[in-house]
Ligand binder design. Structure first.
Ligand SMILES: NC(=O)c1ccc[n+]([C@@H]2O[C@H](COP(=O)([O-])OP(=O)(O)OC[C@H]3O[C@@H](n4cnc5c(N)ncnc54)[C@H](OP(=O)(O)O)[C@@H]3O)[C@@H](O)[C@H]2O)c1
Length: 312
């Protein structure tokens, strides 16, 4: 099968012939329709995460997928051949930018029936990250005030919609080119991070979702109320032990985790129209390197999708 691979850390993406995976007894084999990319792919490719997340070379990239089940492991009971699923596979089973991928059945869910292939592929990793951060860790409640940084990005565009669904008051940061987008998604207050200081405009917040780390994380503590919580998904947040120690009482670092059960719940919200994936660009598989280069610029409005069937 064809797949987007790297042969060593930092090497460019190649589209190469790889063996078709065979699922173990707890896994499903999926014929991929679409996948999407995340900053995590660029971290993994560069080798920046090799101490915590080493990969075997050659390595197939990708942590998001939708497709059709073509084979099931002997212990899998909750799916059948022909089911259309979406998933954020476990890190050591990743490799979704390929014609086939094998995924643990517990990490997949039947996909929402009202979305396109590309929309389904755009959702799992950012959907789980936003839900786990705001709801499972942040315990966001109706009527509370939440600040969502980078509301126009992959995580931010879904986080705003989840906070809206819950009934929170939402402030978000982005640049002026994305004001209309984040307003349409449900933001109540939009702050231009290039010209305004959010910590001078906001106060008494119950929750902040940070995906930027560094000084943004530090400044974010100033908008919290006495019981407020700062949830950070930024890899950079982990770089400063002193910052983490100083903010210990108010800070939770979140690494999102795969969960087919949560994805199944979120599929209902997608079907009912409370959530809708935002897609910036779609690339065919042979242009995966260009897609990653665009992602690396940090200017994506929503998600970047790889349409694996395009050109087939
Ligand atoms: N821990 C986890 O489990 C987890 C999971 C998912 C993601 N993450 C991390 O979360 C971060 C965001 O991921 P993502 O997929 O949302 O990234 P992304 O889609 O690439 O984010 C791009 C967006 O960020 C906005 N942005 C950039 N700098 C900003 C700033 N200083 N203030 C406000 N907005 C800014 C950009 O808007 P402009 O063009 O207007 O600048 C753009 O729309 C990444 O570092 C990723 O590694 C962690």
């Amino acid at each position: 099968m064809q797949a987007a691979i790297i042969r060593s850390y930092g090497s460019p993406i190649e589209i190469a012939e790889m063996p078709k995976p065979s699922p173990d007894k707890n896994s499903i084999l999926v014929k991929v329709q679409s996948a999407s990319i995340n900053p995590l792919d660029n971290w993994a490719i560069s080798g920046a995460l090799q101490n915590v997340m080493p990969v075997k070379m050659p390595h197939i990239i990708g942590y998001d997928v939708t497709g059709t089940i073509v084979e099931i492991g002997s212990a899998v009971r909750n799916f059948k051949i022909g089911d259309l699923i979406f998933a954020r596979p476990d890190t050591n089973q990743a490799g979704t930018i390929a014609e086939y991928t094998s995924i643990k059945a517990m990490d997949a869910a039947i996909r929402p029936s009202n979305l396109s292939n590309n929309e389904c592929a755009a959702f799992p990793l950012v959907g789980l990250t936003a839900w786990q951060s705001l709801v499972e860790v942040g315990k966001l409640q109706k009527g509370q005030k939440v600040l969502i940084h980078a509301g126009s990005g992959g995580v931010g565009t879904i986080a705003i919609q989840i906070a809206k669904y819950i009934g929170a008051f939402i402030s978000t940061t982005t640049s002026d080119a994305n004001f209309a987008l984040v307003k349409r998604l449900g933001a109540d207050t939009v702050i231009n991070y290039k010209t305004e200081k959010f910590e001078e405009l906001l106060e008494d917040y119950d929750l902040v979702l940070d995906s930027l780390g560094g000084e943004v994380l530090e400044r974010s503590a100033k908008v919290l109320n006495k019981h407020g919580l700062l949830v950070s998904v930024s890899v950079k947040a982990k770089e400063s032990d002193t910052l983490i120690e100083r903010m210990r009482q108010h800070l939770q670092l979140v690494y999102s985790w795969p969960s087919g059960a949560t994805l199944a719940e979120l599929a209902l919200l997608l079907e009912k129209g409370f959530l809708k994936p935002v897609i910036d660009r779609v690339y065919p598989m042979h242009e995966t390197q260009s897609a990653l280069d665009y992602l690396n610029k940090g200017r994506a409005k929503g998600k970047i999708v790889i349409d694996v069937l395009q050109g087939k």
